[in-house]
Design a protein. Structure first.
Lengths: 429, 102
């Protein structure tokens, strides 16, 4: 009995061990050699702990930013970063183990749904599933679910999203790629379809439709494809301007002997360092799990269609990606300024999501509404993907998250499903 | 036989480069090539100095700005980064040139 208790209290409570065991299971099921099983499991564990270290860096920088923002603008500024939410939920709230198990449960439900329905999508974007598992766990926990129920409900909802979202996007993806072999597996699909709808309404129609691919775009924008570079381009002025508004007297208290603007500059880079480290951890973490899942799923589900990360579409419409990124950023800046007037929090532009979600949405908008559709649709898309996370801020604050909210509208939608439907239902029972 | 180092690159080094790596793995095992595969983001890619970099077409102008020694690293651009026929068609000549495929 004491052995069992030891296992439960000391091993399974360690999220890094849980996730390493999941990877080990996947490697054993693929009949890998003992050496490969051991090295794969250890690398997965390393990945998880690198991810946690990245999260600590992000939280440190965000705490500083929160203080100068509140001082400078007299309101709370929220940075939309699903990475920050994930890190805080895993470390500070101690939900790491539940997130790891929900992550596994989403894979399992995905395979079951794809096996027994006509929607044969296998969702292979590991980090998106990790973010989905984070949100269902955090909001399920907040709604009062615990233990097995928390994991199974989260796994089921995540599994449904993992099949439904590629299915919704597929009619568009088929037209973009000109084939039906791959699907889009990225939890921002609600936003893509939304932009496609807006672009169809307001864009060019029929013969007059002009694709943005026929336009010549200035080459200066191409550096934005370098994720960390574009993140720095935004975070540096954001921190420095905020520190300037907070004033030398206040900001110097935080910066010690360093000049307060210099300190803000270093902290802005520190935020990007955190994202870099965290995503390197995710890369290590998923390196063994995703191929295992792919191997198992492809064997169990005949005619499975892999749903892949959004940049798979980028080479088909590179101009639309840039247009989508810029217009989505404009839309999120508009939302940042407008939402506080309606009593919502001020959400700062989240550059990672503006690039990946905005770029993909641009491709959808260009497809249905041409250049005009992509531009109008992009701005509305930027507003839309800022509005939804703004609705979550109060809940996040009451749970103790620091100055951050989620991104990726599909995961936000699943969170709202918990907050507005599942939570009240549980309370009524 | 010599082991060839191949790096798959995308913006964040997470999703699409990894998908491309998994597709290429199937192609390489079909060709019987022994390779070490990894994926990364574009900022880190240059310092790795692999034998071959495989990336999507939309990164071409970015890579052209970097100083990559063509003798050391060959860059392959793909339109559909998960298409096994396209990967095979474009990578086979490079592998022959590197002396790992006859």
């Amino acid at each position: 009995m004491s052995v069992v208790n030891f296992i439960i209290q000391n091993i399974l409570t360690q999220a890094s061990v849980t996730i390493a065991l999941i990877a080990m299971l996947g490697l054993i099921l693929q009949k890998k050699s003992a050496g490969q099983v051991i090295s794969g499991s250890l690398k997965t564990m390393l990945g998880f702990m690198v991810l946690s270290a990245g999260s600590t860096i992000i939280v440190g920088s965000l705490t500083y930013f929160g203080e100068i923002f509140t001082e400078g603008f007299n309101m709370q500024g929220i940075i939309p970063s699903i990475e920050a939410i994930n890190g805080q939920a895993m470390n500070e709230l101690g939900l790491g183990r539940d997130i790891a198990l929900t992550f596994l449960a989403i894979f399992v439900f995905n395979i079951i749904i794809a096996r027994f329905t006509r929607w044969k999508y296998i969702f292979l974007t590991g980090q998106a599933i990790l973010w989905m598992a984070t949100m269902t766990t955090v909001f399920g926990y907040f709604a009062g679910l615990r233990g097995l129920a928390l994991i199974l409900v989260g796994g089921f909802i995540g599994g449904v999203f993992a099949v439904a979202m590629p299915a919704i996007a597929q009619p568009f993806v088929r037209k973009i790629t000109g084939m039906d072999d791959i699907a889009l597996g990225h939890f921002c699909t609600v936003g893509y379809v939304f932009e496609a709808g807006v672009a169809k309404l307001f864009g060019e129609k029929g013969e007059k439709k002009k694709s943005v691919e026929d336009l010549k775009l200035p080459a200066q924008f191409e550096f934005l494809q370098d994720t960390y570079l574009s993140l720095m381009v935004v975070m540096i002025p954001l921190y420095i301007v905020t520190a300037a508004f907070a004033g030398e007297a206040f900001a110097s208290e935080l910066s010690g002997t360093t000049n307060y603007l210099m300190f803000a500059f270093i902290q802005s880079i520190q935020f990007v360092v955190g994202v870099y480290v965290l995503l390197s951890g995710v890369r290590l973490l998923l390196g063994e799990i995703v191929p295992a899942f792919r191997g198992i799923a492809m064997r169990l589900v005949p005619n499975a269609k892999p749903a892949l990360d959004c940049p798979v579409l980028f080479p088909y419409s590179p101009n639309a990606v840039i247009v989508g990124f810029i217009t989505t950023t404009i839309g999120s800046v508009v939302a940042m300024l407008v939402l506080p007037a309606f009593g919502l929090a001020m959400i700062l532009p989240g550059m990672l999501t503006a690039f990946f979600a905005g770029g993909t949405a641009g491709i959808f908008g260009n497809l249905t509404g041409g250049a005009r559709g992509a531009i109008i649709g992009g701005v509305v898309h930027g507003f839309f993907i800022t509005l939804l996370p703004a609705l979550l801020v109060t809940t996040f604050n009451s749970m103790g998250f620091v100055n951050a909210t989620a991104t990726d509208v599909d995961t936000v939608t699943s969170a709202l499903l918990y907050a507005w439907i599942i939570g009240p239902l549980l309370k009524a029972l | 036989m010599k082991k060839v180092n191949i790096l798959f690159v995308c913006g964040a080094g997470l999703g699409s480069s990894f998908a491309c790596q998994m597709a290429a793995e199937d192609v390489l095992s079909k060709l019987g090539v022994n390779a070490k595969l990894d994926h990364s983001d574009i900022s880190s890619a240059i310092s790795v100095k692999p034998d071959i970099i495989i990336t999507a077409q939309n990164f071409r102008s970015q890579f052209e700005k970097f100083s990559v020694d063509p003798k050391q690293t060959t860059i392959v651009y793909l339109k559909n980064i998960v298409s096994k026929p396209e990967i095979e068609e474009k990578i086979a000549p490079v592998l022959k040139e590197k002396g790992v495929l006859v």
